[in-house]
Design a binder for this molecule. Sequence first.
Ligand code: ASP
Length: 336
Amino acid sequence: MKRRNFIKNASLTGVALAVGNTLAHCATNSPKDNSSSAAVIDKKTKVPLPLVIATWDVRQSTQRAWEELKKNSSSLDAVEQGCKIAEADKKNQTVGNGGRPDRDGHVTLDACIINKNGNYGAVVDLEHITHAISVARKVMEDTPHCILAGKGAEKFALENGFKAENLLTEASKKEWEAWKTKSNYHPKINIENHDTIGILAMDNNGDISGACTTSGLAYKMAGRVGDSPIIGAGLFVDNEVGAAVATGLGEEVLKTVGSFLIVELMRQGKTPQEACEEAIGRIVNKPDSNYKNFQVGYIAMNKKGETGFYAIHKGFSMSKFNDDKNENLPSDYYVK
Ligand code: ASP
């Protein structure tokens, strides 16, 4: 919605604009009401809210998250619903149902979610459940814990009404069988074989949440856990500052605590773009970095609704739904 229309709506509904450099909130409705929302505009940056960004070309996911936000739902609902689209898509071989298996042929999922208050829930090494992100949310909301792993996570999911399914599709099974004949049983590390879906959203109240979900590195060793479900590595949200989420070779993101780093850099005044570039810099500038052989990409948003994204290699992209436009934007990258 254009600013002009927002002002018109605001005067009709009694919505008040907040002052200073804070966001102008749609103050009459808190997220979760189902009443229709006016777009909200940051006074300084003129960025209209809501705002959704995601790793890679997942415009169906950003669309779904956007629909949720336009109903005035919370950013938490939006990121969960967006992830669920990718998890249910059997053609997406990097997330949820249809994901590529570990080297023993088991599809094991990692996911985590962080809400506006900095609460966090995660599942690691979860089998047989498509919507790992929803199980992660349940861990956050309904248990005293942050992370459930493996069989315990699966048991918790089944007890909470999730359905057990075979997540190994024929297509992923065929590829795995072909890989086994030449692989010598070594996990494969290259630029192409991983893609986490990470989503960050800011709702009409200006509150930020984030989520990410993945089947992890294809043909990983059994029991391997990547960055994606680990707070501060694959995902970090600080509703005072902003949020960041990673994709790519999880081991490198873990070692540099990438998402936390980006949020802390933004806290110190860097833009999301500068912060993403510096986090990639930390990886490629390590003395023994093998960065030519793997990909890492970051996306970030700050509290003003500014966004940034950067990767080691060409090919990364960010989906962005804002101001009624759902776009996929190619990322700048380090190896030129
Ligand atoms: N970061 C994920 C992992 O390493 C996979 C990916 O994003 O490609 O588990």
